[in-house]
Design a protein around this ligand. Structure first.
Ligand code: ADP
Ligand code: MG
Length: 627
């Protein structure tokens, strides 16, 4: 009847378990966050499925999470009455990692603990983090809608195999029980697990990891027993978290720490966010948005199938992860939650494509994120550099993708340059928090007025500054400059913003095209990201000043050339007329034209692209791509 089998983990999981147990001990508490997070997801999923099929609740729609400790048996258990798992789901979900990019991710691991630990953090350890503290993990579950004798028990000691059998289980949902590892206080690293059994400490941890969770998390209440002189369980369950959706709480009632924890809950990121913005929007479309910018890029930023992004809720009901319609591709690093008051609960991905509400929310999200970035660039310069290093290449895609916001995005771009590096004064960390921006829609939203009274309005900017990191970033920020800064120090008579593209910054710096600019002391932006050519094909001017490639067409430095120079170069041209003719005949079809140039001061010759031709860098890229 029990039909018990022993199965092996996917190879990657074996690797993950090994690494985790050895690298993540100092972060061992995260297992609790992961288990609570899964239990909460399971409740969200049940609520979502029950929208179509009320009978799944079987009379119990009061969803919750229960956490219990058994000090004698040395176990901790986390139970939920969410959607549960049947046998197939347990085998699949707890025995394989289905995520795209998994294999590539594992190939990046090196065996260097610190480095791997941070990589694993970005990957997300999830359920398997249980094995950091547990020598045996038991999962008992019954899927909503299944009969009582269709329950399952999954057991593993985390060394490559698990067993699964069918059991009878009264409660719907899942219980995960951890048998803690033995203390090893004398061992190399002095591992100690008993403190997790300390109800007071555990309660603190649970509160930390669940305060932002929207459903109640309960633990057994305790009372001081005067006779026995110790805390004893009263037998009552008590709710330990606020159990209110964090994003629906007024901003002034949510602490930085809670914003931080919530971010980790939805992203599995080890580090907190770089910044966030939290707003309630009312008007033609009503919704709440809580959007975060991470500190570092995920390992699969360039993977087209990556599933990150924004979680969509409708009136507090979880609808879907990664609703890509809520944010454009060039802001795909943004994480967070949108809770709409207008969308129908049965909204599907197909409907999302067409929905007017979604379009308004998407535009509102873009506006908020760009405002947040402007704020960072203005007031938290070192953090902005950090952002730029992680996501600048992605943001550049927006210049081509989002013509409506092109000016704004252009102002956020940063460049390497031949000019003097601009140094950032690291502001003293501002403990009071930046004054929230004017609450009323400063960005002229005609369709979405942000109400002033409520405290969730306005662009809260999450702090999270780390002085040491900031210093590091400032050092690396040498030479990064904005288009506005470039313009501010243009030479008298200079009419364009000059740039050069190349495969690498070093290559750009060595280009003979720069000679005349160096001689004249004209600054040139150095572009070497793959996306740059494409971006530049959409960015012709900034704030009224044209952008010009130093390698293209007739170089006209206008007023920057003096009369004497012009005359001299005309004379030179006349002198070399014969040579030019001979070169033209020799090179024939291979070139369009040969000209005497004043571009060069040291080199003898250079290749120049026609005014309307492809640039040499783009040509090279296309060739590499086999076109
Ligand atoms: P993630 O939560 O990122 O999907 P996890 O490793 O945390 O990854 O969990 C793996 C999968 O196991 C989940 O996606 C879910 O399908 C299943 N699972 C884990 N815990 C539960 C639970 N308490 N109830 C139902 N399913 C669960
Ligand atoms: Mg999880």
């Amino acid at each position: 009847e029990a039909h018990k089998e022993t199965l092996g983990f996917q190879t990657e999981i074996k690797q993950l378990l090994d690494l985790m147990i050895h690298s993540l001990y100092s972060n061992r508490d995260i297992f609790l966050r992961e288990l609570i997070s899964n239990a909460s997801d399971a409740c969200d999923k049940l609520r979502f499925e029950a929208l179509d099929n009320d009978s799944l609740y079987a009379g119990d729609s009061d969803l919750g999470i229960w956490i219990e400790v058994d000090r004698k048996a040395r176990t901790i258990s986390v139970r939920d009455n969410g959607v549960g798992m049947n046998r197939d789901e347990a085998i699949r979900n707890l025995g394989t990692i289905a995520r795209s990019g998994t294999r590539e991710f594992f190939s990046q691991l090196t065996g260097d603990r610190a480095r791997d630990a941070s990589l694993i953090g970005q990957f997300g350890v999830g359920f398997y983090s249980s094995f950091i503290v547990a020598q045996r993990v038991t999962v008992e579950s019954r899927r909503a809608g299944d009969a009582e004798d269709q329950g399952i028990r999954w057991v593993s000691t985390g060394d490559g195999e698990f067993t699964i059998e069918t059991i009878t289980r009264k409660e719907r949902g899942t219980t995960v029980t951890l048998q803690l590892r033995d203390n090893d206080a004398d061992g190399e690293e002095g591992h100690e697990y008993d403190s997790l059994l300390d109800a007071y400490k555990l309660r603190q941890l649970v509160r930390n990891y669940s305060d932002h969770i929207a459903i109640p998390v309960r633990m057994k209440a305790e009372k001081w027993d005067a006779d026995k002189q110790e805390m004893l369980e009263t037998g009552e369950w008590e709710v330990v978290n606020q159990a209110k959706a964090l994003w629906l709480r007024p901003r002034n009632e949510v602490t930085e720490k809670e914003y931080d924890e919530f971010y980790r809950h939805i992203t599995h990121d080890f580090e907190g966010p770089l910044a966030y913005t939290h707003n309630r929007v009312e008007g033609r479309s009503e919704y709440t948005q809580l959007l975060y910018i991470p500190k570092h890029a995920p390992f699969d930023l360039w993977d087209r199938q990556q599933r990150h992004g924004i979680r969509l809720y409708v009136r507090r009901v979880f609808i879907m992860d990664d609703a890509e319609q809520l944010i454009p591709g060039y802001l795909r690093f943004v994480r967070g939650v949108v809770d709409s008051s207008d969308l129908p609960l049965n909204v599907s991905r197909e409907i999302l494509q067409e929905s007017r509400d979604i379009r308004l929310i998407r535009e509102g999200n873009v506006r908020r994120v760009l405002t947040l970035l402007e704020d960072l660039a203005e007031n938290r310069k070192a953090d902005y550099v950090r952002f730029w290093r992680a996501f600048g290449q992605v943001l550049k895609e927006g210049v081509g993708e989002d013509s409506k916001n092109r000016e704004k995005i252009a102002a956020l771009l940063r460049f390497r340059t031949t000019g003097e590096p601009i140094r950032i004064d690291v502001e003293a960390p501002d403990a009071s928090g930046a004054a929230p921006k004017a609450a009323v829609a400063e960005d002229g939203i005609e369709d979405a007025v942000i109400k002033g009274e409520e405290n969730t309005a306005g662009a809260a900017d999450g702090k999270g500054k780390d002085a040491k990191d900031a210093d590091e970033d400032v050092k690396n920020a040498d030479g990064l400059i904005s288009l506005a800064q470039y313009k501010a120090r243009m030479k008298d008579g200079q009419k364009a913003i000059y740039y050069i593209t190349s495969d690498s910054e070093a290559g750009a710096r060595q280009s003979p095209h720069l000679e005349i600019f160096r001689k004249k002391g004209i600054e040139v932006l150095l572009l070497s990201d793959r996306v740059d050519e494409w971006m530049l094909s959409h960015l012709h001017e900034f704030d009224g000043t044209p952008l010009e490639s130093v390698a293209r067409g007739q170089l006209d430095l206008g007023d920057l050339e003096d009369e004497a120079e012009r005359k001299a170069s005309e004379e030179v041209a006349a002198d070399y007329k014969d040579l030019v003719e001979r070169l033209k005949t020799t090179l024939g079809e291979r070139v369009k034209d040969v000209q005497v140039s004043h571009r060069l001061t040291d080199s003898a010759a250079c290749l120049v692209s026609g005014e309307h031709d492809m640039s040499a860098t783009l040509e090279r890229m296309l060739k590499q791509a086999g076109q």
